[in-house]
Design a protein around this ligand. Structure first.
Ligand SMILES: Nc1ncnc2c1ncn2[C@@H]1O[C@H](COP(=O)(O)OP(=O)(O)O)[C@@H](O)[C@H]1O
Ligand SMILES: [Mg+2]
Length: 337
């Protein structure tokens, strides 16, 4: 029997856009956490909000599901003005917050029941949906344990199950896989794909580039509250940098000696790592190794790889996105233009 995720009926994508933010800003005191963000989430996609800690992702989501009011600008969800009719919007969406919040002493089944009642579902419906969601999120084996006994991965699954209890048209996930081990992460990615394939629009935040690249049809990159890029992951990479990266370990003072001038090659630096972007990175490596206009010196650990979103973020903002990784990194001035 084909597996139907959580019993969701396949849905035709809703017409129009699901989420529309127009010049949305949010100020906390003197700090502009979200700065004139424009965002359009089409129906049926997995849409990513990507950015480092403090970029304004959670604040943007909160304005979308109506728990924070924009300082200026407008947010419409399903075509409805969220500031005017937050309840109407919230009835049609599901949210998984960055911090899990459950009734800790109750079991997953009991939590699902409480949530079902909150949504005013009839008892038989609550039972049926709980049952489906326990299977869909692979919670069955832990269904009757108190939540306090669950590992991080199971808690995350439960949080997502709860947000699906009202069969939302839009599912909002704030850093759904942060801190989870790779196996749980892969399994949650699969669940998100299944939901999307049944017509649920998914809006998620992440600071994992790989997650965004593998899961999101479209994404917006936020940095310091501003949109710095918007598009499909592959497209963003194509637009910003050449398709292959040659990564070398070379100190800034040795750069010229090791790689020479390399006219027209885009280059970025992150600490001791120097990245060169070209059509054919292996060929460039050969060129560097056979240069006769400098001392013969092999670059240290060398990586030839496809260009990725992390590179795009570095090129656009001059910093790496993974929190706390490598500290402040500088873009080689002018080279990324
Ligand atoms: N309630 C609040 N009061 C004051 N500052 C806040 C509040 N919420 C968020 N901020 C600030 O706004 C900025 C964006 O935060 P947030 O949206 O949580 O970023 P992200 O989710 O991308 O990590 C941060 O500098 C954060 O400290
Ligand atoms: Mg956040």
């Amino acid at each position: 029997m084909p597996r139907v995720a959580a019993g969701f009926p396949a849905r035709d994508p809703a017409p129009g856009v699901i989420v529309e933010c127009r010049a949305v800003s949010k100020r906390f005191g003197s700090r502009l956490a979200v700065d004139a963000v424009d965002l359009e989430v089409p129906p049926g996609l997995c849409f990513g909000l990507l950015g480092p800690n403090g970029a304004g992702k959670t604040t943007t989501l909160k304005m979308i599901y109506g728990v924070a009011r924009p300082t200026s600008g407008s947010v419409r969800v399903f075509g409805i003005d969220v500031a005017r009719e937050p309840r109407k919007v919230r009835a049609r969406l599901g949210v998984t917050l960055q911090e899990n919040s459950f009734l800790e002493r109750l079991s997953p089944v009991q939590n699902l029941t409480v949530f079902g009642r909150y949504h005013l579902l009839p008892p038989a419906e609550i039972e049926a949906r709980s049952d489906e969601l326990l299977d869909f999120l692979e919670l069955r084996s832990h269904a009757d344990l108190p939540v306090t006994a669950l590992s991080g991965g199971f808690k995350r699954r439960l949080a997502i199950a709860l947000s699906l209890m009202n069969r939302p048209e839009l599912l909002i996930l704030d850093e759904p896989t942060t801190g989870l081990d790779p196996a749980v992460r892969l399994s949650l990615w699969q669940r998100v794909r299944e939901l999307r394939s049944e017509g649920t629009t998914v809006l998620l935040t992440t600071h994992y580039m790989e997650e965004a690249e593998r899961l999101c049809d479209r994404l917006v990159i936020l940095a310091e509250g501003r949109v710095v890029a918007d598009g499909a992951p592959r497209q963003l990479i194509r637009d910003v940098l050449a398709p292959e990266a040659l990564e070398l370990e070379v100190a800034p003072e040795d750069e010229r000696r090791v790689v020479g001038d390399l006219d027209g090659v885009q280059r970025l630096r992150s600490g001791r790592r120097l990245m060169l972007y070209v059509r054919d990175a292996a060929a460039l490596l050969e060129t560097i190794r056979h240069r006769d206009d400098g001392p013969a010196r092999d670059p240290g650990s060398v990586i030839v790889r496809p260009t990725n979103l992390e590179d795009v973020f570095l090129a656009l903002t001059g910093t790496r996105i993974e929190a706390g990784e490598g500290g402040a990194a500088a873009v080689d001035a002018g080279a990324a233009a």
